[in-house]
Write a protein that binds this ligand. Structure first.
Ligand code: SF4
Ligand code: SF4
Length: 112
């Protein structure tokens, strides 16, 4: 198994998760992060750190498409290990539904 980043990270991207990961397996897109499923050691430390509750264990069910998205973009987006400032409008987007369809960006972030 692995942990995966899901919809509510999009445009929230608070980044509290990256600093606690013992194996630095977060990768940064323009407006969300993903976890590399082959690098994640399933420790679960990041899950309660996410203020947006966007991180889930892939055993939770119905997360296959998110697992694929995490795996695909972890290959091309840059690694991120240090927290940056959240977007100024992050609070406004927290909890908005359907962000994948409307707001997901395949562009990479800037990484560390
Ligand atoms: S803490 Fe949650 S919302 Fe913030 S970047 Fe990490 S997964 Fe995304
Ligand atoms: S579960 Fe552990 S290893 Fe996996 S992304 Fe979260 S903090 Fe990193």
């Amino acid at each position: 198994m692995t942990y995966v980043v899901t919809d509510n990270c999009i445009k929230c991207k608070y980044m509290d998760c990256v600093e606690v990961c013992p194996v630095d397996c977060f990768y940064e897109g323009e407006n969300m992060l993903v976890i590399h499923p082959d690098e994640c050691i399933d420790c679960g430390v990041c899950e309660p750190e996410c203020p947006a509750e966007a991180i889930k264990p892939d055993t939770e069910g119905d997360l296959e498409s998110w697992l694929k998205l995490n795996a695909d973009y972890a290959k091309t987006w840059p690694n991120i290990t240090q927290k940056k400032d959240a977007p100024s409008d992050a609070k406004q987007w927290d909890g908005v539904s359907g962000k994948l369809e409307a707001h997901f960006s395949p562009n990479p972030g800037s990484g560390d």
